[in-house]
Design a protein around this ligand. Structure first.
Ligand code: G3P
Ligand code: MG
Length: 238
């Protein structure tokens, strides 16, 4: 069975990585949520995709150079009347206590090296007692190794380059799962993963024929900007 994960929330319809997008995703009844985290100047954790606030907010600058208080003053750019704020990881985890979604936290420490981000995120998850519902993922494969040492939660290795063998990657990192760009996955590679008991989740599957194709191949997780759409496929198949 393929589980549906809302990529940055219901980000095809609402501003990505906002509480609005997360709440709308929950309403679709999807299985899980994927979002991205970075570390602030004052060692807090915020939910945002890029290393800077330039693309998604009315501010400018790098997340690592700003405090949580400074980041909270910014508004998310969107066509919506009510301006959303950058959520902290605390905001999201506190809200998640009230639902049952699986939470895929992607640590965005592949371009900026945030020292201690792994420990900080794991501590926050423990504070809200959400360990049973967390999947960590990251493109930084050193970070996968660190996470495997400090948590018993599922840890997935992310990759998007062609030519990588996902079975060897997962085995070399002791990773529990593979999260890959669908463009670099093949049915054969996915079957290899299945044979080795390695769950594969693919991003970002937005087009119905793609969702259908990979669901038919027995994909573990569909990471999509349109969880509402993907849910309909799931219902049809079951
Ligand atoms: O975690 C899957 C996916 O979100 C990775 O790519 O750039 O959308 O964070 P990106
Ligand atoms: Mg992501």
């Amino acid at each position: 069975m393929s589980h549906i994960f809302a990529h940055r929330g219901s980000s095809g319809t609402y501003p990505e990585n906002t509480m609005l997008a997360f709440k709308k995703a929950e309403k679709t009844g999807c299985y899980g949520l994927e979002f991205d985290v970075h570390m602030t100047k004052d060692l807090e954790v915020v939910v945002i995709h890029d290393e800077t606030v330039n693309r998604t907010t009315n501010g400018r600058g790098a997340v690592k150079d700003m405090t949580l208080e400074e980041l909270k003053k910014l508004s998310i750019k969107s066509g919506w009347l009510r301006k959303e704020k950058i959520p902290s990881l605390d905001d999201v985890l506190e809200w998640a206590q009230g639902n049952e979604m699986i939470i895929n936290i992607e640590l965005k420490n592949d371009k900026v090296f945030y020292k201690g981000l792994e420990e900080l995120v794991v501590q926050k998850v423990a504070k809200y007692q959400l360990e049973g519902r967390i999947i960590y993922s990251t493109f930084n494969h050193e970070s996968v190794k660190i996470l495997k040492k400090i948590t018993t939660c599922e840890v997935a290795a992310l990759y998007s380059r062609k030519g990588i063998n996902p079975v060897l990657l997962a085995q070399s990192l002791n990773a529990d799962a593979i999260h890959a760009n669908y463009r670099v996955m093949t049915p054969q590679l996915m079957r290899d993963c299945q044979r080795h008991g390695i769950p594969v989740r693919l991003y970002t599957l937005n087009r119905p024929p793609l969702i259908q194709k990979w669901m038919n191949e027995g994909l573990s997780g569909v990471i999509t900007d349109y969880p509402d759409l993907a849910q309909k496929f799931k219902d049809k198949k079951e």
